[in-house]
Design a binder for this molecule. Structure first.
Ligand code: M6R
Length: 369
């Protein structure tokens, strides 16, 4: 049932190219239009949206954090991301023209369900991004976009995350198209790029042996930090969450620009710091900022593990370990940069002799608030 893999998690990591292809299948027309038939919201409903909230927990929340960058950039609609467990308790401003996107692999997470019920009571429209057909969250939502990622058994979410990202990109591009945003060129180019991502994910997967080797050398560390900027920031949070939940090692993700506002003080001789670097093409200012953040942590003794685009020569001198991923547009890069962090956490946990699929204290589906 594990298809020859030691863990369901490894099987699910390997399934990611197919899972993302399945999320995209039938939803991108030849002419670059996004087709979202199962979304029972009319184009007029979508044109009326003036505010978006993305609400989710854990890994699904991290996919929402990435989505915010893409959706605001493509649609110019203000978009906020909230932890489902906080959302209804702070009395958010919601009305008919608010679109609440709830993201859940299981479709049964109680915190997310209660947030969705609260949003509907306040007359907001709710779109669920979900992996489980017929589960409670899509049943109670106004519309659903299924990720079609196939069953995810391991407690740690992997392919669900990548398929949630793909679904969020589709939602953002669809919103941009129905609202006639004048980014026709950019949106068209992104649609074409999106279709090449499954093959790029497969390419990342084929180069993971050095990451496994590195992971095995880090089984005894007390803490690992993860830094990133822009969409690399949620990727850093996701890398830290994977490591905590699987390897029981203290891990924290930071927005790299925040380091100098406090966290840099924890860096000591040899502290491993995983750095997620944006593409040097396109937004090069962003790239250069991350490179200087890497220099800063290294100057304080950090052992840097750098995830960067292949051919990025500027980071090489500051990388104690360099993990290269294929080039991708900045907003789509999390589909690639997350993968080494999943493999890394899985291998550290495995090397520590832990049960990767069933970490202590955790359940696959959290059905209590
Ligand atoms: O089923 P959901 O997507 O609603 O679950 C949300 C979180 O409980 C889940 O992503 C959790 O954080 C994972 N175990 C992380 O790997």
């Amino acid at each position: 049932e594990k298809g020859g893999y030691d863990w369901f998690m490894l099987k699910e990591i390997a399934e990611q190219p197919q899972a993302v292809a399945d999320t995209l299948r039938g939803r991108l027309s030849e002419t670059g239009e996004i087709i979202l038939d199962e979304v029972r919201l009319t184009d007029q409903d979508l044109r009326d949206v003036d505010k978006i909230f993305i609400v989710a927990c854990g890994t699904a929340y991290h996919s929402g954090l990435v989505a915010k960058y893409a959706i605001e950039h493509w649609t110019r609609i203000p978009c906020e991301v909230e932890l489902a467990s906080e959302f209804r308790y702070r009395d958010p401003v919601l009305d008919r023209s608010t679109l609440v996107v709830v993201i859940s692999q299981s479709g049964e997470t109680m915190d997310t369900l209660m947030a969705l019920r609260h949003a509907r009571e306040q007359k907001a429209r709710v779109l669920a991004i979900c992996n489980t057909n017929g589960s409670t969250i899509p049943r109670e939502s106004d519309a659903v976009l299924y990720t079609h990622g196939g069953p995810e058994i391991a407690v740690a979410s992997t392919k669900a995350f990548l398929t949630q990202l793909a679904a969020c990109y589709l939602v953002g591009l669809h919103l941009a198209q129905v609202r006639g945003i004048k980014f026709a060129d950019e949106v068209g180019a992104i649609v074409a790029q999106l279709q090449t991502m499954p093959a790029a994910i497969a390419q990342v997967l084929s180069t993971m042996e050095p990451v496994r080797e590195l992971a095995r050398s880090l089984v005894d560390v007390n803490t690992i930090l993860f830094i990133g900027r822009h969409v690399g920031y949620p990727v850093a949070l996701e890398g830290a969450l994977k490591l905590k939940e699987l390897a029981y090692i203290h891990a924290e993700g930071f927005a790299a620009g925040e380091l100098k506002h406090g966290p840099i003080a924890v860096i000591d001789e040899g502290t491993p710091v995983v750095c997620v670097v944006p593409s040097p093409k396109g937004r090069s200012l962003l790239h250069d900022k991350v490179v200087s953040n890497i220099q800063e942590v290294r100057a304080r003794g950090a052992r840097t593990i750098v995830i960067a685009e292949e051919g990025d020569e500027a980071v090489r001198p500051y990388a104690d370990h360099l993990v290269e991923v294929p080039a991708a547009p900045t907003l789509l890069a999390p589909l690639l940069t997350t993968v080494p962090l999943q493999v890394f956490a899985c291998e550290v946990a495995s090397a520590r002799g832990l049960d990767v699929d069933q970490p202590r204290n955790l359940a696959k589906s959290v059905t209590v608030e």
